[in-house]
Design a binder for this molecule. Structure first.
Ligand code: ZN
Length: 204
């Protein structure tokens, strides 16, 4: 995994300023409690910040890979993929899945044989989503040249056998709700983001 100390510091600064990366006591969508919270969408809210992050990624990539297309998984990767594609002069397409099925290209998006594809993701934890894009690229006769993520939460473990570029590496201390030391110390966990709303909607 390619990271750079000064780029990591700059990216972290943008994420913190935008409220995309916070420290405190949170309930994550998994139900676990954590001392950090990351919502990259907040850092992409202002196109100038998105461009700033894309510029940092261009610097991190250097000349290591060249891409004709940036492909991102919906929804989290779309805005990031678009910003990055604009910065490196590539096309931007995204894949989506209907009702939990495999990722597909819709809306007339297509990859051409021989194209070099950079996969973009906002946060890589296990890399599960973005890895599902690899067969899509290969079936089209195109080639995955690398992965570009804003935040790596895998502790550098994500290793798909291709170049991985991560702007910031962020580690979370996570606890089961009933074993959370912050709760034990009398703290109340904040539930940020839309996970609870999504949950409510799914049940209805
Ligand atoms: Zn807690």
């Amino acid at each position: 995994m390619r990271v750079d100390t000064s780029i990591d510091r700059e990216a972290r600064g943008v994420l913190e300023r935008c409220g995309a990366l916070r420290e405190g006591h949170f309930v994550l969508s998994s139900g676990k409690h954590s001392d950090r919270y990351c919502q990259c969408a907040r850092a992409l809210e202002d196109p100038k910040d998105a461009a700033l992050l894309a510029g940092l990624m261009k610097r991190l990539i250097g000349g290591a890979v060249e891409a004709d297309v940036v492909l991102a998984p919906a929804l989290g990767g779309i805005v990031w993929g678009y910003a990055l594609a604009g910065e490196i002069g590539a096309r931007s397409v995204f894949a989506e899945r209907a009702d939990g099925a495999a990722f597909t290209l819709r809306r007339g998006f297509a990859l051409r044989e021989g194209e070099r594809v950079l996969l973009a993701e906002d946060v890589i934890t296990t890399g599960g989503s973005v890895m599902q894009l690899v067969p899509l690229v290969e079936r089209a006769g195109a080639a995955v040249v690398g992965f570009a993520t804003i935040v790596d939460r895998s502790k550098g473990v994500f290793d798909p056998g291709r170049e991985v570029f991560a702007l910031a590496q962020v580690e979370f201390d996570m606890f089961e709700a009933d074993g959370c030391p912050m709760c034990a110390a009398g703290g109340t966990a904040e539930q940020p983001g839309s996970s609870r709303l999504d949950g409510a909607r799914r049940k209805s």
